[in-house]
Design a protein around this ligand. Sequence first.
Ligand SMILES: *[C@@H]1O[C@H](CO)[C@@H](O)[C@H](O)[C@H]1NC(C)=O
Ligand SMILES: *[C@@H]1O[C@H](CO)[C@@H](O)[C@H](O)[C@H]1NC(C)=O
Ligand SMILES: *[C@@H]1O[C@H](CO)[C@@H](O)[C@H](O)[C@H]1NC(C)=O
Ligand SMILES: *[C@@H]1O[C@H](CO)[C@@H](O)[C@H](O)[C@H]1NC(C)=O
Length: 479
Amino acid sequence: MLFSNAAQVALSLLVLNAGRVAARSLVPVRRSGSSNARRAEVAGLDLQSMATFLWADEDGDVAIANLTIYMPGEAENILSMESFDGMTKSIECNPDTVAITFNDDATFAYAQKVWDWVNGVENNSFVSIAGPGDCGDNENRKPFVVSTIAYDEEANKATLAAQWSDWQTVAHTYDLVVGSVAQGPMAKRDIEKSTSIDFNHDLPFSFAVGANGLNAAIACTNCSSTGQFDMEFKLSTKFFVPTGASMKLSPKGVSAIAQVKLSGSGSVTDSLTKEFEIIAIPIGGLNIPGVLELGPFLTVSVGAELSAISITASVTGGATAKLSDHALLEVDLLDPTKNTFSGWEPMIDTVDVKVDASISGGVAVFLKPAIELKAEALGQGFEIGINMKIPNISAKLAAIASSEGACTNPGDPKTTLGVSAGINIGASLNFAATQSGATDPLFTVQLAALDLPLAAVCFPFGDPVAAPARRHSRQISHM
Ligand SMILES: *[C@@H]1O[C@H](CO)[C@@H](O)[C@H](O)[C@H]1NC(C)=O
Ligand SMILES: *[C@@H]1O[C@H](CO)[C@@H](O)[C@H](O)[C@H]1NC(C)=O
Ligand SMILES: *[C@@H]1O[C@H](CO)[C@@H](O)[C@H](O)[C@H]1NC(C)=O
Ligand SMILES: *[C@@H]1O[C@H](CO)[C@@H](O)[C@H](O)[C@H]1NC(C)=O
């Protein structure tokens, strides 16, 4: 029978609803924290050569992002306004000034003493960062550059000439760390409180595979994924040149299960290959306005490969693939020779294959989860992808008819018909990194590739063979 695959295969797919998670904005963790009420130290007014800014989840006390900015030059400094919480009566932000009125003479005098450095030398300037709420109701931190200051002794007021700016312009030298990766197993914790990529998804599907002479369907009876991927992203620059860009990734409780059933009737001689996306969702992205955008995206496809199939009923089978919590990938985005990874080989558990009538041919069904991670920070961007095929269940089936007994393994009941099955469970994991805007990946890494042949099995059915002259074993089976 001649058969043109693409044109004549009728396919339909049932896609069930998958959840959708919006990106979360991280909130600044004020440096003074809850110790606000304590006596403020005037040293908080000192100009600094470095400053750290933390961000956490909405209700979080656990910092998720740490941006440390360095100002090592002689004519530059940095000062977070969050470090003089409790010392001021009022702060007034205008388009080109920030006016600060201090609580008392002593604090004002101290500020004047340490800040006058900026007036002393023409070129001196410092970067200041208004904290959340410092300029009225601003939710985000706002950087500005100060090059002169005027003082009102009567009012204990300093008026800073402010040139409002953005993080990307002011931060020439910094370390940015986002997220964290625990090494090895750890206590279960709230995914919402971290940068983890949620991998808990139900993956139901069913689709018809119809062609001239074949009327079949592949349906999932139990397909899902569990767990999370923890990640950490680090970026460093020195005078606007990236000196470090790295990522760590580790699975926690990650598994994927696929139990599928192929049923129908008929036969085709050709090969049919089909792949469908069953979900495509953004999963819990993060952003810090002006600093960072992190957008994880999950797609899961299901694929089926049928070759020279001839079927009268159904075949079911499945497997579970689990990743060890010890698996760790450390990627150096600037120097791939420093990439390291270990422990990604999945542990495979098979679910019994069952054949309930005559079938022959080759069948493979696989789940293909893929995580795309886009990280954009202070003008640097990377795209990172993990592509998995877990699990890939494939069977080579042969229908047997024999008056002597189709299945010949010891213990097999002697029947006239049977199907022998050679089953393979496979899995593969790959990792790729791309610089944003580029088409070719910076590099790809194969984390694991596995092909596990199981012992051949035979499924007897049909009539018992006619009683032979020899003594006949009444034993039905021992499994
Ligand atoms: C923030 O990062 C800096 C530089 O990497 C580090 O020295 C500091 O300890 C970090 N702070 C916190 C609270 O994580
Ligand atoms: C001030 O900046 C100018 C231009 O960048 C430079 O030529 C000059 O040497 C600087 N002066 C001092 C005192 O640093
Ligand atoms: C799906 O498979 C998992 C793992 O084998 C099992 O624990 C669970 O009971 C199964 N669920 C159904 C509905 O069969
Ligand atoms: C699934 O496994 C079979 C048998 O090892 C192989 O021929 C097939 O290419 C695999 N499919 C995928 C998508 O890896």
